[in-house]
Design a protein. Structure first.
Length: 313
């Protein structure tokens, strides 16, 4: 069964630890080529995330990570960069695994539209506006003042829409989320967030937010961060993911569900989901509870529909 995963931080790990090798099965790397292959992942998103340990993120840091993405991930003969619909179809026609480059947090762009255009030229196809805290563009969901977009942030958001870069609302403050709904006219995603009704964590989406994503024909990547799946327990079984899927379905979002693992961005893991190679355990749990067509849609088909509609032609 084909799989698309909408968010991982493997690139950050490769950046912080140059000894890690994407081509090998490394204990420390949740997402590596052998593990993607083992699971049958067809498309994986790789986020440029400048971790908290980088004091002042600059555009140069971003360029270094784009360079790393090409040198360590896309250069593998089994991988192919997806920048448009044509690339997606080429990946489907071959044995290759597609890689989509994304950015998590506008911090290092400092309002520079030229830098944004350069990132588009370099293949960045989706951008999460913030990480957990405020940046020059908007507030993240953990920023105490709980504000929305700045004037410049709104301008860049409009620019994303014009350029065809997909907006990602995971980590965004609630105020900014609703401002985005007003300003951004295209479908958007929450690449790695769950349902607040099932697990009341601020990183998860309220029912109204889920409905807004469904309304715009967007996509929600159900994520494997244990404390976003089950707020009360530490050892979280795979079946706990089904509660989030069922809840989004109950709001009419069966066609808007995908997965966004957050592998390599987490330090705690769900039971039987230690790395991307274990996606088979999710398939098994899904197949016990849903029809085959639904399972295929959650794992791949919904992401595919979204991307074929929203990637550049
Ligand atoms: Zn994240």
């Amino acid at each position: 069964m084909r799989i698309m995963d909408g968010h991982c931080d493997a690139l950050t790990k490769l950046y912080m630890n140059p000894k890690l090798d994407f081509d090998k099965e490394e204990q420390e790397l949740d997402v590596s080529y052998p593990r993607l292959k083992q699971a049958g992942v067809k498309v994986q998103c790789f986020a440029i995330y400048l971790s908290d340990s980088i004091q002042q993120p600059t555009f140069d840091h971003i360029l270094q990570m784009v360079d790393l993405f090409h040198r360590k991930i896309v250069r593998h003969p089994g991988m192919k960069l997806i920048q448009n619909v044509e690339d997606w179809r080429a990946v489907e026609a071959e044995e290759q695994i597609g890689a989509i480059l994304t950015l998590e947090g506008l911090d290092a762009l400092a309002g520079n539209m030229t830098h944004l255009r350069i990132l588009h030229h370099l293949g960045v196809r989706s951008i999460g506006l913030t990480w957990n805290y405020a940046n020059w563009a908007a507030d993240g969901v953990m920023e105490p003042r709980k504000s929305g977009f700045t004037r410049k942030g709104k301008l860049m958001l409009k620019e994303l829409e014009t350029m065809g870069i997909i907006a990602d609302v995971s980590h965004l403050s609630v105020t900014a989320f609703w401002e985005l709904v007003e300003v951004y006219a295209k479908p958007f995603i929450a690449s790695h967030s769950n349902a607040q009704k099932v697990c009341p964590h601020p990183r998860n989406l309220s029912d109204d937010q889920i409905k807004a994503i469904i309304q715009c024909q967007g996509l929600i990547g159900i994520t494997f961060v244990p404390y976003f799946v089950d707020c009360a327990n530490l050892a979280v079984p795979i079946t706990a993911l089904l509660k989030h899927i069922d809840h989004v379905c109950s709001l009419g979002g069966e066609g808007n569900i995908g997965f966004g693992s957050d592998f390599d961005g987490i330090e705690q893991w769900m039971k039987d989901l230690r790395h991307v190679g274990q996606y088979g355990n999710i398939i098994e749990a899904l197949c016990k509870n849903y029809k085959e067509t639904q399972v295929e849609a959650f794992l791949y088909g919904n992401w595919r529909n979204f991307m074929l509609t929203n990637l550049p032609k």
